[in-house]
Write a protein of this length. Structure first.
Lengths: 319, 416
């Protein structure tokens, strides 16, 4: 099957999903991000790699945090950034997704950063660009439905590499609502591609997708058992609408079984790191003492996220 | 008008015929095979060298959004009778609407139009439509298309009422609650791609309910578009218990699986969803054994409704013009002989419908399809007469090309 995010030479044209990307591309992104960390520490936080290019932030679904980090990353690469809040404008008038894209391409867009509520929307855009012969326009997926959030996955990998150096000796646990999580899917593919020998998924059956084992993941229902001897713990956000109803009885019962408390954290390795893609629900999936504790690396994740997004944008737009 | 079809290989599964022989047609009916009837003088002779001469195809499910184009597509695909589900706009829930459809079909004069009346008003699954009135207007049975009767009591009453008049009910078994949010088979691919899943239980629960109600009411039921191995197993058991239940599968489900979704290909979105490889094999086995008939489930969808993210794209594929080549493709892959394959799209659907057609015995209506089983052609949007250009097979080579189609002894299609 043709992988629409790679060109004929196997270079990254778009970043749509971590799945299907070779290890060397993931490593290239992480190495490039490392070189950009130094830029963010400078007084003048800019490099001219995307000077004269237009980056369109197309957010069909609300997100302040991810959009802001993409905006900062694009500006540090010297790109012009245009933010479009689509759900309030054209689609409300009946314009289709691809009509919107055609219009923005006519405005000389060079790179689209796309967030969409439907799984696969960035693929549709990338295929459309190929059909109309615009291989000079690139797509970066900033989260599509439940499918993928590849830059989050990559910044998680950056964080893990920063603290743990070697992927091939690690035990990593992902905890919580994996079924609805695009972050979890991207993390799982990235971890297995980078050679992590043991990836665990911890959660109740209602929040786990079927056939997770086929993705190379070990499933645990008991968090105490699943956290044992882990090097990395990735907590996932529990959306408000999942907290009551048929999936879970209550936020309180969820916290008792799957909330990360200092007691549960003590079951992991003493130097285990705790990650979270944000925004956190304190007291729902994570205890404040853990979120603010010495093992949490949640704020460094945000900092690394900017460097990783700079790396992704500079690589795709450079190919 | 007397016609003789010469030099063809006549395949008439119902009558156990598979031989090279001339076929004689007089006054719109089959008049003889091999030997000309006494006094027969042909007005027209059709040369079917290298071709198969078989009964016209009977398609158990085709939506005719733009009736003229779709009926032309039907005969171009060798289909001489089409069963039309009631989920048109407006739904076919009044005798007047059925009457109009039947007359319009007759006026166009291509394939025969066999409408399914709506079982309930507006297909809402609440109040019964006027079944007897619809029947009188030409509906052959009653259906909810792919909508569900959520209220089990309403379903029971509908089946009791239908049984009173010995009407058949066609149901697409899909539990409303387990399928309402889903867009793909709840399996490996949906998990990977982050698509909301429809579990196999959505089908088996509905089939289980229907089977129980058939036991209680004796209503004749045809189950449409079965998608799972477990669903097929339930139907097989019901048939073993001699319940009046028949079923069909969409031809795409015999050839494709969840894996064909690839990177969110909207042309691989179907209702019910394409399922796993084991399911596909079970459907194939059921079609091979004669448990299930094969239909096109022809669903024309405009380009704008397909060029959307997978979950927003309308499900379904164009089917009338690919029913024959895809059935032949299936037969080859499943090692099913040509006569059996032809039976699944002619004699078996006729049996489901209780029609006297679907064969080439003397006295039968002369609905005939002549096709070259070896001819290959590329499926392109231009090659399709249907307004529905939506197909997962665009660009692929098809084997099997219809040369001539006769309906009631009239030549309604001839390949250029």
């Amino acid at each position: 099957m043709h992988n629409p995010q790679l060109n004929e030479d196997g270079q990254l044209m778009h970043l749509l999903s971590v799945e299907g990307l070779p290890q060397k591309i993931l490593t290239q992104i992480l190495d490039t991000a490392a070189s950009f960390m130094e830029v963010s520490a400078r007084d003048v936080k800019k490099v001219p790699l995307l000077r004269g290019k237009s980056v369109f932030n197309l957010f069909f679904e609300n997100s302040t945090r991810t959009r802001t980090t993409f905006e900062i990353a694009a500006k540090r690469l010297s790109a012009d950034v245009i933010n479009l809040d689509i759900n309030k404008s054209s689609t409300a008038k009946g314009e289709t997704l691809l009509d919107t894209i055609d219009n923005l391409v006519a405005m000389h867009a060079n790179l689209f950063v796309v967030r969409h509520a439907s799984s696969g929307a960035p693929f549709l855009i990338a295929e459309h660009l190929q059909r109309i012969g615009r291989d000079d326009v690139h797509v970066v997926n900033a989260g599509d439905g439940r499918h993928a959030h590849p830059t989050q996955g990559l910044l998680d990998m950056y964080t893990i590499r920063h603290y743990k150096k070697d992927f091939t000796q690690l035990r990593v646990a992902i905890v919580g609502d994996i079924l609805h999580s695009r972050v979890a899917r991207s993390d799982i593919h990235a971890l297995t591609t980078l050679g992590v020998p043991e990836v665990r998924a911890i959660g109740p059956e209602t929040l786990l997708p079927k056939h997770l084992d086929k993705l190379g993941v070990h499933v645990f229902h008991d968090m105490n058992e699943g956290l044992r001897d882990c090097d990395v713990i990735i907590m996932l956000r529990l959306q408000n609408e999942r907290m009551t109803g048929a999936l879970l009885p209550s936020a309180g019962e969820y916290f008792r079984h799957y909330g990360l408390t200092p007691q549960k954290l003590a079951l992991a390795k003493p130097d285990a790191i705790v990650m979270h893609p944000g925004p956190m629900n304190r007291g729902v999936e994570i205890h404040s003492a853990v979120a603010d504790g010495s093992q949490a690396v949640i704020l460094p994740q945000v900092t690394f996220g900017i460097a990783v997004r700079m790396a992704v944008m500079s690589i795709v737009a450079g190919n | 008008m007397n016609i003789v079809i010469q030099n063809g290989r006549v395949i008439d599964p119902k009558n156990g015929v598979d031989r090279n022989s001339p076929l004689f047609i007089a006054d719109g009916k089959i008049a003889g095979l091999g030997e000309a009837p006494a006094g027969f003088v042909a007005d027209q002779s059709i040369d079917a060298s290298g071709c198969v001469v078989c009964p016209g195809l009977i398609d158990l499910g085709a939506r005719l959004n733009s009736i003229e184009a779709e009926l032309a597509a039907a005969v171009a695909g060798g289909v001489t009778s089409v069963v039309v589900p009631p989920d048109a706009d407006p739904p076919l829930d009044e005798p007047e609407l059925a009457d109009r459809l039947v007359h319009r079909g007759a006026e166009i004069g291509k394939a025969r139009v066999l409408p399914l009346g709506a079982l309930t008003l507006g297909l809402k699954g609440e109040r019964l439509a006027e079944l007897a009135g619809l029947k009188k207007a030409g509906c052959i049975a009653f259906s909810q298309a792919n909508k569900t009767v959520i209220d089990t009591e309403a379903l029971l009453r509908a089946m009791e009422y239908a049984a009173t008049f010995d009407f058949a009910i066609w149901l697409q078994p899909q539990d409303y609650w387990l399928s309402r949010n889903g867009i793909a088979h709840e399996g490996e691919v949906a998990s990977r791609l982050g698509l909301a899943g429809i579990p196999v239980a959505a089908e088996t629960i509905a089939i289980g309910t229907i089977i129980q109600l058939v036991r209680d009411t004796g209503c004749r039921v045809h189950l449409t578009r079965i998608s799972s191995a477990a669903g097929m197993a339930l139907i097989q058991r019901a048939r073993h218990d001699r319940l009046p239940i028949t079923c069909d599968v969409g031809v795409h489900h015999l050839l494709l699986t969840e894996n064909d979704i690839g990177y969110f290909n909207p042309h691989a979105r179907f209702t019910p969803p394409l399922r796993a490889q084991g399911d596909r094999v079970a459907l194939s086995t059921a079609a091979a054994s004669g448990l299930a008939a094969i239909c096109s489930d022809h669903t024309p969808v405009g380009a704008d409704d397909k060029l959307l993210p997978f979950g927003e794209a309308k499900p379904g594929a164009t089917g009338l013009e690919v029913l024959l080549p895809l059935t032949l493709k299936w037969a080859e892959a499943a090692k099913v002989d040509l006569s059996t394959a032809v039976a699944r799209i002619t004699a078996l659907p006729a049996e489901v419908l209780g029609l006297p057609s679907g064969h080439l015995g003397v006295g039968a209506v002369a609905d005939v399809c002549i096709f070259d089983p070896e001819a290959t052609w590329q499926l392109t949007t231009d090659a399709l007469k249907s307004r529905g250009k939506n197909s997962p097979w665009i660009g692929y080579m098809m084997t099997g090309k219809v040369k001539t189609t006769l309906v009631g002894g009239e030549m309604v299609f001839q390949a250029a």
